[in-house]
Design a protein around this ligand. Structure first.
Ligand code: ZN
Length: 332
């Protein structure tokens, strides 16, 4: 048993309370590699932002759970080395799909876990979420639950269609499950292809897809039912079109990749939404920098030569999100 407290990590309780009260959102960046972790920590320290580093089941399979845990511990020490006296870093399990997986993470240094029972029948979702909450709270770990289904693909999480969260269910769900925060479905979506061209309109000037707006009416209804309760948005990458264009200009093939416009995320950050998950944008920033580098310098073969610009590009993106979209800068 390794408590996250020994690793210098924090849970989300105080962080979310401040974010809801302050009208900003905490960035939740997924990571699988050293370069992503370094870029996340550098961006958080430079902007004085709290940060959630999250790991999906797929990331644990890819990078190994033990290594990721020590990377999170390394992130705390690295932040201190960069001059941050009191780093606020959460290690979070993204889309835990069983009690056993959540327990394993809690026993191995995670400070926050998500149990995603959104695909289960309602009562089953409550039952397992509650089981996770009881174990987690005994270890002062916070729990995110999910109600409503997001469309898209994220590692092993996949759904064809979205089902918006029903506001009439949230009080019952939050009360009976005991969860600390709730991921809702209001039109965000996993992956770099969040919407099909049929769901979008096209900007006549650029020819780019314009996605349908988020269901802010549902968000506001949920806020009214659960005043001050921390709300989470998954699948909230913006899929920056300059990165997509760079990828496509250097041999890539991502036609019609489309995300959530940043103005909408900016608006959501000011509400009870206090955690916004961003994964695809980091993948795109990394891939764009690497493709460009290979194209321009085909003789390079030292991974540091192309991973360094990749890391810089991700850091730039993380800083942009923190300062220009979520507003979590200068909160340490
Ligand atoms: Zn997700």
């Amino acid at each position: 048993m390794t408590s996250y407290k020994e690793l210098g990590l924090v849970n989300t309780r105080e962080m979310f309370k401040k974010a809801v009260a302050g009208g900003y959102a905490i960035p939740a960046f997924n990571f699988n590699t050293l370069e992503q972790m370094q870029a996340i920590v550098q961006a958080a320290v430079e902007t004085k932002s709290p940060v959630i580093m999250q790991v999906s089941k797929g990331a644990r399979n890819y990078a190994n759970g033990t290594i990721l845990r020590y990377m999170a511990q390394g992130a705390v020490e690295y932040a201190k080395e960069l001059g941050c006296e009191n780093p606020q870093i959460v290690l979070h399990l993204d889309h835990g799909d069983s009690f056993e997986l959540c327990k394993d993470c809690i026993d191995n240094g995670f400070s926050s876990v998500m149990f995603d029972g959104s695909a289960l029948p309602y009562e089953e979702n409550i039952r397992i979420t509650k089981q996770v909450v009881e174990y987690a709270h005994a270890h002062d770990v916070t729990v995110e639950a999910e109600l409503g289904v997001l469309a898209g693909v994220e590692d092993e999480v996949q759904a064809e269609e979205s089902h918006y969260t029903k506001p009439e269910e949230v009080i019952d769900f939050a009360t009976r499950s005991g969860c600390d925060s709730l991921a809702i479905s209001i039109g965000t979506s996993h992956g770099a292809y969040k919407f099909t061209p049929e769901q979008c309109t096209r900007d006549p000037k650029t020819g780019k897809l314009v996605p349908p707006p988020l269901a802010f009416d549902i968000l506001h209804e949920i806020e009214k039912k659960l005043p001050g309760f921390p709300i989470v948005l998954h699948g909230s990458s913006s899929v920056p079109q300059d990165e997509v264009d760079t990828i496509n200009a250097h041999g890539g093939k991502l036609p019609d990749a489309v995300g959530i416009p940043e103005e909408q995320l900016r608006e959501a950050s000011k509400s009870a939404v206090c955690k916004i998950n961003i994964d695809s944008d980091s993948r795109l920033a990394m891939t764009a920098a690497i493709r460009k580098h290979f194209d321009e310098k085909p003789g390079d073969f030292d991974p540091r030569q192309y991973l360094k610009p990749a890391r810089e590009n991700m850091k730039k993106m993380y800083i942009h999100k923190i300062v220009e979209v979520l507003g979590s800068n200068d909160k340490l």
